[in-house]
Design a protein around this ligand. Structure first.
Ligand SMILES: Nc1nc2c(c(=O)[nH]1)N[C@H]1C(S)=C(S)[C@@H](COP(=O)(O)O)O[C@H]1N2
Ligand SMILES: [Mo]
Length: 401
């Protein structure tokens, strides 16, 4: 489409080639002693709202306000492979290169798009669940007695937020694609990830061009605010419904390719591995179905009748049904879905009227189904890295005397 070709000034003025210097993160720490390490996470993560997991912070479900549909950015979980970088929006540029562009460009010939370039495109907003692949990981151990590696999240590495930015499709179409393009690799500007003595390079993950042309976003805003540094300021990728790792923060470059791209984030991690899985199990993409109660683990409930609330979500579509058990799984009843609150690809809030309960310890269970026909199982598929814990979680509570 010639009318969309990169002939105008600004975005997609094809001649712009970024120099590496424009991409060097600003180091606000330089004034500090050289030995002082900056924090992993910059926003406040008070213990009333968050569980500390080192470079990661988990949202506490007990802090979720049942009246509020969207997760405030200040309350959203943070998952960092290293630490949050501080980038300057004025020098920021997104580099786009690869042989999948209509005019192939090597990395050093990358097109350079500034935030102003991107803001000239049609603005797009989308509400979607945002969730880490390992959400619920600790229940592999707690409920299934399995040993897994990775951050032992309970169910709080999830939120529902309203993203704002531009469609990746609009960017790529204007840049011009090769008819043979198949794959896009997104790379972050955070520090290279070093673990077990190996430097794996910058956090990056490829995804099919089809997803890029479907609903992928380049987002600069969340819930009407500018992104916080911890969540990818000034620009991140968002692949709605997909595993969190697909939504690369601090997006530095996109490589568009005619061949399938790979990275350790789709070959070593974020795949199912372990004795039960083939060596060529595919990279994980669409998130499963999960549910959580808006309660602390071990919360005390009154014995008088009360209303309990929670939320269910799926990467594959709307929640169609939620069943709950208030008696350790012996009997089940439907929860009341609050369908009016539902937005786009966000979660579904639900409630259940809880009758007078006998004092003592018990477990609450919630089990959801989605419009793709998936229902939460009672046992999640074992895998050594603890991904996709989608089984019904047994939530312990204490009913007061
Ligand atoms: N550049 C970069 N992007 C990243 C990550 C990261 O460490 N570096 N973590 C990924 C993972 S595993 C998840 S779950 C989400 C977390 O996004 P959030 O911290 O904004 O909640 O970001 C993804 N994008
Ligand atoms: Mo993640």
């Amino acid at each position: 489409m010639t009318s969309l070709a990169p002939t105008r000034r600004g975005l997609l003025a094809g001649a712009a080639v970024v120099g590496a210097s424009a991409l060097v993160p600003v180091a606000p720490w330089s004034a500090r002693r050289a030995s002082a390490q900056p924090p992993f996470i910059l926003k406040p993560t008070p213990p009333e709202w968050f569980v500390d997991h080192g470079t990661n912070a988990e949202m506490s479900w007990s802090s979720v306000d049942p009246r509020r549909y969207l997760t405030p950015q200040a309350r959203l979980f943070v998952r960092n492979h290293t630490r949050t970088p501080t980038l300057s929006p004025s020098t920021y540029a997104l580099r786009v290169h690869g042989d999948g562009l209509a005019t192939a460009r090597t990395e050093s010939e990358a097109l350079s798009l500034t935030l102003d370039d991107l803001r000239r495109l049609p603005r797009h907003e989308l509400t979607a669940v945002h969730e880490c692949t390992g959400n619920g990981r600790r229940f592999f151990t707690e409920q299934q007695g399995e040993t897994v590696s990775g951050t032992p999240w309970a169910l709080g590495s999830v939120g529902t937020v309203r993203w704002s930015g531009v469609r990746l499709r609009d960017v790529l179409v204007r840049l011009g694609l090769s008819p043979d393009a198949v794959s896009v690799q997104a790379t972050g500007l955070d520090d290279p990830y070093v673990t077990g003595g190996t430097d794996y390079g910058r956090v990056r993950r490829p995804f099919p061009l089809a997803k890029a042309l479907d609903d992928a976003l380049l987002a600069w805003g969340m819930n009407g605010e500018e992104l916080l540094p911890d969540h990818g300021f000034p620009l991140r990728l968002v692949l709605p419904g997909w595993v969190g790792i697909a939504s690369i923060k601090w997006l530095g470059s996109l490589e568009v390719s005619r061949s399938e791209l790979t990275s350790p984030w789709n070959t070593t991690w974020y795949r199912m591995t372990g004795p039960q899985w083939p060596a060529d199990s595919p990279p994980l993409t669409v998130n499963p179905v999960r549910s959580a109660w808006e309660l602390a683990a071990g919360a005390t409930l009154p014995s008088r009748p009360t209303t309990l609330t929670g939320r269910s979500w799926s990467g594959a579509g709307r929640i169609t049904r939620v069943s709950v058990s208030l008696d350790d799984g012996r009997s089940w009843r439907p929860a009341v879905l609050n369908r009016r609150s539902h937005q786009d690809q966000g979660w579904t809030q639900w409630s259940v009227r809880c009758p007078r309960l006998r004092p003592g310890a018990r477990q609450l269970l919630a089990r959801a189904s989605d419009e793709a026909g998936r229902t939460q199982p009672l046992v999640a598929a074992a895998n050594s890295q603890g991904y996709f814990f989608d089984a019904v979680v047994r939530h312990p509570v204490q009913v007061a005397a």
